[in-house]
Ligand binder design. Structure first.
Ligand SMILES: Cc1cc2nc3c(=O)[nH]c(=O)nc-3n(C[C@H](O)[C@H](O)[C@H](O)COP(=O)(O)OP(=O)(O)OC[C@H]3O[C@@H](n4cnc5c(N)ncnc54)[C@H](O)[C@@H]3O)c2cc1C
Length: 524
């Protein structure tokens, strides 16, 4: 076997998968058909959950240094300021990163690419997957190299992170159901001045659509996104100069354009792969789901597909996990993609529909309703949980088990375990629990009761135990997160709760490991 895992595609999803496999000691090979890293920014929003994963990977400080925190969104209707939604610390107490970070996809890819060196890995550029066959034991992949020659490699598993036109998906015969939206969009990276509130998101809503101004690194740099005006739709050689009049009409004549470094038009699709797995091949990121860019979810969802799959693959490759574990990847991630397609589709229809009624709603009602709703703390929190992706849950997964007795409002199996700042010893320092967790292992959090002195034999060195003792400072923090005392939570390596209960029951933990994780069930 040439490699344990062949990762096809070195976009954000493939780079994340390769990193997560590399740091868990898996031999992975990552290839990309392009000659080098992408230079276009494409996605711009990095969500809190992604930053939490970046922290475990050791690249969050660099990402924060390079990016800009979104402090607010300014809504303009018919060219006039209508409302401002403060975003600065919208997720306070919910995440160590309670904001949206504006950092281009190219920078994200660079950081992820550099991190590969820590595991002695590098992308093999100019290497394209052109054919694929698999049997019960391995996958044979045919790769076309820079000089046009073909090479065959064998891999135990394949991660198809090869984007919307995924060869892995097509060669596996998996349908990509959905449709394109009717509108054509443009995206431009520009240098310009105008009435936009500097360093903040500016959304111009108008009867026929919208223009979005995203602040980028550097003075007066803005990413501009909009709908190509109907009269220009058929034009082949459309340039930024062609769309300037429609932008100026909405955002005001004071707009002054100095430069445009990237201009592209694209048609957005909403599609989902029928399955995310064909035996030894998996689909992740845009290869598995594409949708409108509303909410800055695309790149982030791909990164989290990779985080979900990597620990399971690593356990199976090392012979410690049963192959049944891998079935949970699509069981968990298909519902996430389905929900994402549904919500982004609804939101998108609202911002692009060009019928009179929706146009009036968009310009007269939407901004005011949104701004007033976001003044309510509860709604701000729900919005943050949803958009930041910390609210993603796998309650129906085979890997999620909540024991009886745990109150319904407490974190349940399948949830991302909440972020806490607690004392891990009576009179000790207050620590950031997320920094204590080791995401290459399972983490057992034992609250307000003795932790097991002998560990959990069935998990052995795959387990870290964290005891949170009774302490007045801990009481309020635990109450804030609705965590009862006593209780215990067994976290999977990706931070989601696998098993949860009140009194620590080692028999239940052992049964969970044997029956659900099936560790050691399939040693080869
Ligand atoms: C113009 C534009 C603007 C966007 N704006 C946003 C935004 O604001 N917010 C957001 O969240 N998302 C946005 N997106 C979407 C976002 O860019 C994607 O969700 C993200 O790139 C998905 O990452 P990925 O790694 O899954 O796929 P990709 O980034 O597409 O990477 C796939 C990689 O696979 C390689 N590849 C393909 N086929 C093969 C093969 N046969 N062999 C080897 N390699 C192969 C490709 O070269 C590529 O490098 C935008 C997309 C576009 C096009």
């Amino acid at each position: 076997m040439d490699t344990d895992v062949l990762v096809v595609g070195a976009g954000p999803t493939g780079l994340m998968l390769a990193n997560q496999l590399g740091r868990r000691g898996v031999r992975a090979m990552i290839i990309d058909r392009h000659a080098g890293p992408a230079v276009q920014t494409r996605a711009l929003g990095v969500q809190a959950r992604t930053l939490e994963i970046y922290a475990q990977l050791g690249i969050v400080d660099r990402a924060l240094e390079l990016g800009k925190r979104a402090t607010g969104a300014n809504l303009w209707t018919q060219g006039r300021p209508a409302a401002r939604v403060p975003l600065g610390d919208i997720g306070r107490d919910l995440s160590p990163y309670p904001f949206l970070l504006i950092l281009g996809q190219d920078d994200n890819e660079r950081l992820l690419g550099e991190a590969l060196r820590n595991w002695d890995m590098a992308v093999q550029w100019s290497t394209e997957l052109v054919a694929l066959t698999q049997d019960a034991y391995e996958v044979k992949a045919t790769l076309k190299q820079a000089d046009g020659t073909l090479r065959e490699v064998t891999a135990a598993w394949v991660g198809g992170c090869d984007g919307a036109r995924s060869a892995v998906r097509e060669l596996s015969g998996i349908a990509f159901q959905g449709a394109p939206y009717e509108h054509v969009f443009f995206v431009a990276d520009t240098q310009m001045t105008g009435p936009m509130v500097p360093d903040e998101l500016n959304v111009y809503l108008w009867r026929q659509g919208f223009h979005l101004f995203f602040p980028m690194r550097g003075t007066d740099h803005w990413r501009l996104v909009g709908i190509v005006p109907a009269e220009l739709r058929g034009k082949d050689d459309l340039t930024f100069d062609d769309v300037i009049p429609s932008v100026a009409q909405e955002a005001g004549s004071e707009l002054s354009f100095r430069a445009c470094t990237w201009f592209s038009t694209y048609r957005i699709h909403h599609r989902r792969a029928e399955h995310f797995r064909d035996r030894r091949c998996f689909l992740l990121g845009d290869a598995a789901h594409i949708h409108s860019p509303v909410g800055a979810q695309g790149m982030n969802t791909g990164l989290q597909d990779a985080y979900n799959l990597a620990w399971k693959l690593a356990l199976v490759v090392s012979g410690r996990g049963g192959e049944a574990l891998l079935g949970s990847y699509e069981d968990e991630r298909i519902p996430v993609a389905q929900r994402l397609l549904r919500t982004t589709d609804r939101a998108f229809s609202l911002v692009v529909a060009d019928n009179l009624l929706v146009g009036l709603f968009r310009t007269r009602v939407l901004a005011k309703v949104l701004a007033s709703a976001m003044r309510t703390e509860r709604i701000r929190k729900v919005a943050f949980r949803t958009i930041s992706q910390i609210g993603i849950r796998y309650p129906d997964s085979w890997l999620s088990e909540t024991l009886s007795g745990l109150p319904h409002n407490a974190p349940q199996a399948g949830d991302r375990f909440p972020w806490l700042r607690v004392k891990m010893a009576p009179n000790g320092a207050t620590l950031d629990l997320f920094k204590e967790l080791d995401d290459t292992k399972f983490n057992l959090i034992v609250i307000g009761q003795p932790s097991p002195a002998g560990g959990v034999p069935s998990l052995g060195d795959l387990l870290r135990i964290h005891a949170i003792p009774n302490d007045p400072a801990n009481d309020s923090e635990l109450a804030r997160a609705d965590i009862p005392q006593p209780s215990f939570y067994l976290l999977r390596p990706d931070g989601h709760v696998g098993l949860a209960g009140i009194g620590l029951d080692l028999g239940a933990v052992t049964r969970y490991v044997d029956e659900r994780l099936r560790l050691g069930a399939n040693r080869t």
